[in-house]
Design a protein around this ligand. Structure first.
Ligand SMILES: [Fe+2]
Ligand SMILES: [Fe+2]
Length: 284
């Protein structure tokens, strides 16, 4: 029996302090811009995910899965909205985010001209990537220590919800296409292509973001980033085994049981409610 988790829509507003967008993480500008670069991909990416699942909504007969799909759409919708605000703060800071977002939009528009099955497989593939990235954030409480609390909260919220809904698209995909060789080949093909494209956009974007904030020739900053990604904590090093698990014919997102992190959601909601009160206090 696979684990069943019902995603919860949390309509949270983070009121990110725009003036801190390039220095919210005490690990320095290279680490801050690593997260910021990820944020650039979310609005276009998550709209694409929503659409690709919507295309198959009528083909899903399991009422429980239907509900999970609605909640998935709700969560991704809120993520899009909050990351749009985040990215707006990046624009205000003079970062060339609009051009990068346009590139992602154009690319995903092209994918939307491909068969709908492939679009859903791409979503399943990228949802695995977001799930394991979410896990890498949640498994290490030190990662966001000392960060601006608003930015720490948005990343934690996103990581929690990516964990909560990590199996929704996968289950929808299996309900429609089964788990035979054809379905397996398509999801694995989509995973390889999507990862290749994602990382070949991510690193040039990241370098440009760092350059714009004056850190391109800062060797120490790059070493910190290298360590952050592949050393200690090694946010990308840590995801490698789970990344490869996607190639198992018997793969299911809940084969990585990390639901213990979902217990943090309640405290987080309370913390974010505090931001709203803070904001109201400032406005008064
Ligand atoms: Fe998301
Ligand atoms: Fe997601």
């Amino acid at each position: 029996m696979t684990i069943q988790i019902d995603p919860v829509r949390r309509n949270l507003k983070f009121h990110l302090p725009a003036d801190k967008v390039t220095n919210w993480n005490p690990a320095g500008v290279h680490v801050t811009q690593f997260y910021n670069t990820l944020s650039i991909f979310f609005p276009a990416g998550e709209r694409f995910f929503i659409q690709s699942v919507r295309n198959y909504r009528d083909k899903i007969s399991d009422p429980h899965l239907k509900k999970q799909i609605s909640a998935f759409i709700g969560q991704e919708g809120f993520h899009t909205r909050e990351h749009e605000d985040y990215n707006e703060a990046l624009v205000e800071a003079g970062l060339p985010v609009k051009g990068m977002d346009n590139l992602v939009v154009r690319l995903l528009n092209r994918v939307q001209k491909r068969p709908k099955a492939l679009q859903l497989a791409t979503t399943v593939a990228l949802e695995h990537l977001t799930a394991i990235l979410g896990d890498t954030v949640l498994c290490d409480p030190d990662l966001l220590k000392g960060c601006d609390p608003h930015f720490a909260a948005i990343w934690k919220w996103h990581a929690i919800e990516e964990t909560e809904h990590k199996a929704v698209c996968f289950d929808a995909y299996e309900e429609v296409f089964g788990s035979g060789l054809k379905a397996y080949s398509m999801r694995v093909f989509a995973f390889i292509v999507a990862n290749f494209i994602f990382f070949s956009l991510f690193y040039p974007f990241y370098a440009r973001m760092v350059q714009k904030s004056g850190g391109l020739f800062n060797i120490r900053g790059w070493l910190t980033s290298l360590n952050f990604q592949f050393g200690k904590p090694g946010v990308l090093r840590r995801i490698i085994p789970a990344w490869f698990d996607f190639f198992r014919p018997s793969f299911h997102p809940w084969m990585h049981d990390n639901r213990q992190y979902l217990a943090q959601a309640e405290a987080l909601v309370e913390e974010v409610a505090g931001f709203q009160n803070e904001q109201a206090g400032q406005a008064a």
